[in-house]
Design a protein around this ligand. Structure first.
Ligand SMILES: [Zn+2]
Ligand SMILES: [Zn+2]
Length: 356
């Protein structure tokens, strides 16, 4: 589909502006989007606030959603454990999927988002209206976390990291095969995969295992604690070894996982002829791969792609869709074209927590 973002389209379009919808005004009365998070007024609770708040529901452990320093926190046990690892405090009320609580007449419950281990959507019910905040989500199967649960709602508040038709993530098996093919062609090299430390790294490891790679997988030191936590929380990753503890020669023909920032730094000099790869939805954009000096772009994302975003909105058929962050213009225009009431919330600082 050709998506027109031309200004002339805006001027000639006959789509009504969000302000005309009476439902919007009602919802705004109890759910307020602010640049620093979503505020649920009757409960005096924030969702994923970017600054410390007295009461917060946290959808998942990525830094653009989970911050330290809140008072009371509600989150899944996995998210609390991840926050404990990152911020040194695990205090909070753990809620499993489907579990909830009530505050100020608002019933909150958490539902799986399929994004990373412990990631949750937040359902809020108040005076007969149902609002879902996705946090980040995806619909693809992921061996390291529970699948996305579609939750019927009146207002669907969604991310749109990849909210443009150009973003269509290929099946992951083909991306993993690129690693194997290259190692087979150049067995005296090693393959260095850049992957974000929370979620992406463990998913790549688990997919390598699923594809039959049973040799040890080597880790940059920065990945170790999160991988150990995943193991503690029941996600098995097979034998992992630390690069620092391994002789250079022993890493020929092996796969090494590191944070994206380590792909080009001095650290990689300890590796035998590394071939660099990077796992991210942004690898769809050639310029991004080039910019990072990546030889093998792996289009592997923990966010919904264009088809998952639009398919989810069609499936849930909410009366309104609010878009928190990402390419909101693209998804907003799609909603307008499909006569779905939509608005973009100006949420800031939500893009750099997990690198796609
Ligand atoms: Zn995230
Ligand atoms: Zn995010």
């Amino acid at each position: 589909m050709a998506l027109s973002l031309a200004p002339s389209f805006r001027l000639t379009g006959t789509f009504p502006q969000p302000i005309r919808y009476p439902m919007m005004a009602k919802a705004k009365h109890w759910i307020e989007p602010h640049p620093q998070g979503i505020y649920v007024r009757p409960a005096d609770i924030w969702i994923d606030p970017s600054v410390p708040k007295k009461q917060a529901v946290v959808t998942h452990g990525h830094a653009d959603h989970a911050r330290g320093g809140h008072g009371d926190v509600w989150a899944t046990p996995e998210t609390l454990a991840i926050m404990g690892l990152r911020y040194g405090t695990e205090a909070g009320t753990p809620l499993g999927y489907g579990e909830g609580f009530e505050r100020g007449g608002v019933n909150f419950s958490l539902h799986s988002a399929g994004h990373v281990l412990g990631s949750a959507q937040v359902l809020m019910e108040y005076q007969g209206e149902r609002v879902v905040v996705t946090g980040d989500f995806k619909r693809r199967p992921d061996p390291t976390c529970a699948p996305f649960e579609p939750v019927p709602c009146d207002i669907f508040i969604t991310e749109a990291t990849f909210g443009l038709p150009v973003f269509r993530h290929p099946p992951i098996a083909g991306e993993i095969d690129k690693i194997f093919a290259r190692l087979e062609a150049e067995p005296d090299h090693c393959l260095l995969v850049g992957a974000y430390a929370l979620g992406k790294a463990q998913r790549v490891i688990a997919e390598l295992r699923r594809a039959g790679w049973d040799k040890p997988i080597y880790l940059h030191g920065a990945m170790v604690r999160m991988c150990e936590l995943y193991e503690e929380l029941g996600v098995s990753l097979g034998e992992l070894r630390l690069v620092m503890d391994t002789d250079k020669e022993d890493m020929r023909g092996q796969i090494i996982i590191c944070p994206p920032s380590a792909l080009t730094d001095k650290w990689s000099r300890r590796l035998p002829n590394p071939i660099t790869a990077m796992a991210s939805g942004w690898m769809r954009v050639r310029g991004r791969a080039r910019q990072r000096g990546v030889e093998i772009p792996l289009v592997i994302s923990d966010h919904a792609d264009w088809d998952e975003l639009t398919g989810t909105i069609r499936e849930l058929a909410p009366s309104e869709t609010w878009i928190t962050h990402g390419s909101e213009d693209g998804l907003l225009r799609w909603c307008e074209l499909h006569q779905i009431r939509a608005r973009a919330l100006a949420m800031i600082g939500r893009e750099d927590g997990d690198d796609g």
